[in-house]
Design a protein around this ligand. Structure first.
Ligand SMILES: Cc1ncc(C[n+]2csc(CCOP(=O)(O)OP(=O)(O)O)c2C)c(N)n1
Ligand SMILES: [Mg+2]
Length: 282
């Protein structure tokens, strides 16, 4: 069931995810560079967040009763802008300003600049702690809103993340849904080699979280996991660990070795957009 019935439309989640990827590639093309691999990898979980799970009003991004989507990882801003554009919280033509002076879409996410960008990211490992505080506040207000926090596998290296993980179960925050994008990449190489994060499910469970692990590029699995996270009956926080593929949807980016920050030759952006269209299954 869609949390926000007003957003239910004939546009499928597959189409939404495809559009999110296209918007991200176009923004990458505008700047000639960017964290595009992450946006392509996270497009499916963003489509399910914004077109299945979250309750919000596109015309009123600060609506008090909205579900919050907190992006810990400021460098994933391009991914969130693409989703906010698809959700009509940001006008489509604004993507042409991405990363330029005076744009509302800076390369790192800034809450003060962008409608729908709830927190300022950048310093990794802060988002989940902010989400814990927000969940406590919402509970005091007897709000029915959920807080979603998208964090990266690189953020599992941060002690502050685990402090927040522990606090969330102490406070029985059943209004908190963490989504971990496990792309096994970070700036210095493969996440599992920089600092091993397995057994990731056992670890979150041991901290008292309702834990699911899925293929984060499988829309059906995402829908089921988001539904289960929302409806889970016990008074505990929820986490959805999503294994995703960097560059998903563009074959030559999927197989590229170093994808943390992508620079591609000018003509390759069109190739990437064409490749995305060719692989379209809707
Ligand atoms: C506290 C902190 N330490 C270091 C950095 C520098 N930094 C920026 S992105 C990044 C990689 C983080 O891993 P992840 O988010 O998993 O990378 P991705 O999947 O996007 O490649 C690092 C170390 C930072 N922003 N904040
Ligand atoms: Mg990563």
């Amino acid at each position: 069931m869609t949390a926000n019935p007003s957003l239910a439309s004939s546009t499928t989640l597959l189409q939404r995810a495809h559009n999110i990827r296209r918007h991200a590639l176009r923004m990458g093309q505008v700047q000639g560079q960017g964290y595009v691999g992450q946006a392509l990898g996270a497009a499916d979980l963003l489509a399910v967040s914004y077109f299945h799970a979250l309750n919000y009003k596109p015309e009123d991004p600060e609506w008090e009763h909205r579900d919050r989507f907190y992006l810990s990882i400021g460098h994933y801003a391009i991914a969130l802008y693409a989703a906010l554009i698809e959700a009509q919280i940001i006008p489509l033509d604004e993507l042409e300003t991405y990363g330029s002076d005076d744009s509302r879409l800076p390369m790192s996410g800034m809450a003060a600049y962008t409608p729908g960008m709830e927190i300022t990211g950048g310093s990794l490992g802060q988002g989940l702690g902010i989400a814990v505080g927000a969940c406590l506040g919402l509970k005091r207000k007897k709000s029915a809103s959920f807080v979603y926090n998208l964090l990266s596998d690189g953020e599992l290296n941060e002690g502050s993340t685990w402090e927040a993980v522990m606090s969330a179960s102490h406070w029985k925050l059943d209004n908190l849904i963490a989504i971990v994008d496990v792309n096994n990449q970070q700036a210095d190489g493969h996440s599992s080699e920089v600092l091993a994060f397995e057994p990731i499910v056992d670890r979150w469970q041991a901290f008292g979280w309702f834990t699911q692990r899925i293929d984060g590029n499988d829309l059906d699995a995402l829908v089921q996991a988001f539904d289960a996270a929302r409806s889970h009956p016990d008074a505990q926080p929820r986490v959805i660990i999503c294994d995703t593929r960097m560059g998903k949807g563009v074959s030559f980016l999927e197989t590229r070795e170093k994808t943390h920050f992508i620079r591609v030759d000018e003509h390759e952006w069109d190739l990437a957009l064409n490749n995305l269209e060719e692989g379209k299954t809707v």
